[in-house]
Design a protein around this ligand. Sequence first.
Ligand SMILES: [Zn+2]
Length: 604
Amino acid sequence: MTYAGPASAQSADPIRYTVSFPAPHTHYVEVTASVPTEGRPAIELMMAVWTPGSYLVREFARHVESFSARSEQSAGLAVEKTDKNRWRVETGSASRVTVSYRVYGREMAVRTNWIEASFALLNGAPTFMTLADSHHRPHEVAIQMPSGWKRSMTGLAEVPGTAHQYRAPDFDTLVDSPILLGNPAVYEFTVDGKKHYLVNEGEAGVFDGAKAAKDLEAIVKEHRALWGHLPYDKYLFLNVITESGGGLEHKNSTVLMTSRWTTRTRKAYIAWLELASHEFFHTWNVKRLRPAELGPFDYENEVLTRSLWVAEGFTDYYGELLVHRAGVSTRDEYLEALSNQIESLQTTPGRLVQSAELASHDAWIKYYRTDENSANTSISYYIKGAVLAFVLDGKIRGATGGKQSLDDVMRAAYERYAGERGYTQEQFRAVMEQVSGLKLDEFWGTSVEGTAELDYKEALEWFGLRFKRDPRGDAPGKAWLGVNTRNDAGRLVVSNVPRATPAHDAGINVDDEILAIDDFRVRADQLPTRLDQYKAGDKVTLLIARRELLLRIPITLGSEPPRQWRLEVNPEAKDDQKKRLSEWLGTEGGACSFDPPAGQKRPS
Ligand SMILES: [Zn+2]
């Protein structure tokens, strides 16, 4: 979404930034900005408090220091800090003022800055201040590279005939265009005549960039097949290999973080490809086809939307599905990924408390601010949204005899609402109803706005799938407390207490240290084997330490719930069901170029 202002904005005077790194090993970037004043006696500059795609107020201004301003006539203009993220500059009637500041960047995350001796990742929101009241104007960036740094990689357009100089038509584009600087390994491939770059910072001779680029190319082609077009001139996968994680979407790039060992084990590698696929799907779903609330952005306040279950959840569904359709993951691997989403939803108590819509709306205060009780009171809009996508995909295919699918809904919604308009919840539902011929008000009420258990029957029946029986059969599960624990330097400490478990009912608390069961010492690694000594229904006493005070708590052990949310192809599936499964998943696939190095062990 380019929210360029009125046409005249393009011809408005640009803000011109110069960024430099006199001492990158101290984690600072120095920014100067030449800002047009349009003859005003004072101007106000602001720094964003959050960045799109990551729904938390992060107060980027907290890393800014040494702000000063000057003009051709005056070496020191009066400056006043007027808000947590705003600076007012007296212009002295100069037509341009130059402001300077430094930004500390040492957070290894996709939405902030990292600067060190050998490379830097700069994001727009935490780096560039702009005019608070008129940022619909060109923003130009000239980078002074430290000696030895050869490449700057970004989705921004290069200024022709220059090196390391870029131009954004407006502030939104600048914020949407992270810049990776240093000496990354760069792999290119072309789809539809458009250049794609896999930019790897930190391969260290371990991460296999050539293989990753080859598989990304297959995935890009699969996304193009679904949407029918590639909506950009170039695209960059900025892959920061720094033993961190996460991904953030942009209009023609993404920042990914991963481990250098990722390409060495199939499981980690498929997960990374699914992450890249998720972020790439956002190129359409959220960066162009977006909830109405997500643009034009207010960079200084929270922006609330009830549609993140579509923007993120559907993206998660397709991220994994398209890796499989591209022939990169096997059918079993795909069904396992989808089963993980379903199992996670169905074993999270918060699914009965928070709807998909409210999870979206409250992302800022809940999803991005989880605590030890979150699983009891909230649900991830990624997970619920992905599972809703699967259920709806099956429903739509069933209702139209396989003539339409969720793919058609996404294309129709894109056709109608991509660009500056955005969609409301009602409009998105209307597109789905139109494509499927279904009335979805009841489904919406129970499953999107409500917290009823989802019904998988239609989807399973359509695709010829079923949930596997627990391999333990009908035998009662092991004796079970229901707490999650951690080994804290040899101490067995409760990390959370899910609702409707024996531990929850008995009053075991987070941070209790479990010392003994029936006065027999239990060490940190002994809880599962000790519970094997008991059966469901046994009454025992837990000796715990709570804030250094010893307590004896009686508890009736429960029975470990069966695992009942793992999908498999129904062995009794009929031919037409098998055919529908292939229409959904494509070929059986699995021709991933993964080729483990000799002697390498599979992950456990
Ligand atoms: Zn996402």
